[in-house]
Ligand binder design. Structure first.
Ligand SMILES: [Fe+2]
Length: 404
């Protein structure tokens, strides 16, 4: 198709009122548009374009946007690059995550069958995770949101390790300390191997005796890790103390706050966050936002306040991978945000207002999109993972195709 040199290819997520559309990415026939070339005059035009096309060509000479066209498009181009880079980052970090997951499963198996724990292997996997978190923090945390029910404990250990590394970095720990913290995360729950599955996976309330056995995973973990001279002392300590509380009411020893190591305070926070946001036999996973609220409310009593506040800052209100319902009723997955727009994320819309699947499109809330009534589109509600049957992992596998 021959296009005039003054036309610009623009993804529909970056269209603005006043832009003059001179060509579509498909034949005009079969689209709802009467004229083959028109200015975008209202939210309805904008929405129809976004629902019909992935990108269009805009005639620069005939466009009259509020912000200069070049400025708005170069900002848009940056956003696009960010999204594509993000996809690449996920591709780069995924093998690291897969390997670490395999190590986590092998590690638990070894403990289960009474074999020697290969601490060197755990260290190596964690070392790669540290590198990944330092280089690609957003993509690594996105991977931490992938959850498969059947390997809960192994994946939980890995996710706790990844979150802990990211949080440790935010709290100013040095790379070597981050590695040690990551190992603490991987090993914090090994004692659960000695707790019967019927108790770990019991759908209802635990009896007092069952609860006591469950709590004993801290002591089991301590004993198991103490027996291996390769395990760093910090990891032995964390396995023992990650359920102690700042108000001295934790278990197994009801330690006062000053005796709870800093690394255990970090693991306690990320451990609780992952448990609250995961589906368990006894409770459905809750949204990230709800989990952060629970942590915030328990700051100072159960958890270290400084650690909780740093974690809330790190995860943010709208972390990538979270499912959100918009004010339009549409449902999408958060795929990122630009620096400075943490409260206005980019959303990959996957369901329409009646919650039916629709061709995916990216809506960047930082660009203040309007709905049909001309109102600003916003996030109405953050949903728990798996809401409406949306499988985030399937979208990740598809590479989160971003138009443009
Ligand atoms: Fe635990």
């Amino acid at each position: 198709m021959a296009l005039p040199q003054y036309s610009l290819k623009v993804p529909v997520s970056q269209l603005q009122l006043g832009m003059y559309v001179c060509e579509l990415d498909r034949p005009w026939e079969g689209t709802p548009f009467l004229f083959q070339g028109f200015p975008i005059q209202n939210a309805h035009d904008l929405r129809t374009l976004q629902e019909t096309c992935e990108f269009v060509w805009v005639d620069r000479r005939q466009s009259h946007t509020v912000t200069p066209l070049s400025a708005s498009l170069s900002a848009g181009a940056q956003a696009k690059t960010y999204a594509v880079d993000y996809r690449d980052e996920v591709k780069t970090t995924e093998p690291v995550w897969r390997e670490a997951r395999a190590v986590s499963m092998r590690m638990l198996d070894a403990v289960k069958f009474g074999k020697e724990l290969d601490v060197g292997e755990v260290r190596r996997a964690v070392g790669e995770c540290v590198e990944s978190v330092l280089k690609h923090p957003a993509a690594t945390l996105w991977l931490a949101r992938i959850k498969q029910r059947d390997h809960y404990t192994a994946e939980h250990c890995l996710r706790v390790s990844l979150y802990a590394i990211a949080l440790g970095k935010a709290l100013g720990l040095l790379p070597l300390e981050l590695e040690e913290l990551g190992v603490c995360g991987m090993l914090h729950d090994v004692g659960k191997i000695k707790v019967p599955d019927e108790i770990l996976n019991k759908p209802g309330r635990l009896t007092d005796e069952e609860f006591r056995l469950m709590q004993a995973h801290t002591t089991y973990g301590y004993q198991l890790l103490m027996a291996n001279s390769e395990v760093p002392p910090a990891a032995v300590d964390v396995a023992h103390t990650h359920h102690e509380r700042m108000d001295g009411k934790g278990y197994p020893r009801q330690l006062p706050a000053h005796r709870i190591p800093f690394k255990a305070r970090i693991i306690a926070v990320v451990d609780a966050y992952d448990a609250i946001t995961s589906d368990r036999p006894y409770s459905e996973g809750r949204s990230s936002l709800e989990a952060l609220r629970v942590l915030f409310e328990a700051r100072g009593t159960q958890f270290d306040e400084v650690v909780v506040l740093a974690f809330i800052q790190l995860i943010g209100v709208y972390p990538p991978g979270e499912i959100v319902e918009l004010s339009t009723g549409e449902v999408g997955i958060i795929i990122g945000f630009d620096a400075g727009s943490k409260l206005k994320p980019r959303v990959l819309i996957v369901l329409d207002a009646s919650k039916q699947p629709r061709p995916e499109r990216v809506l960047d809330l930082a660009r203040n999109p309007l709905d049909e009534q001309g109102r600003l589109v916003s996030v109405r509600e953050v949903k728990p993972s798996g809401a409406y049957g949306i499988d985030i992992d399937a979208y990740r596998a598809k590479g989160l195709v971003v138009p443009g």
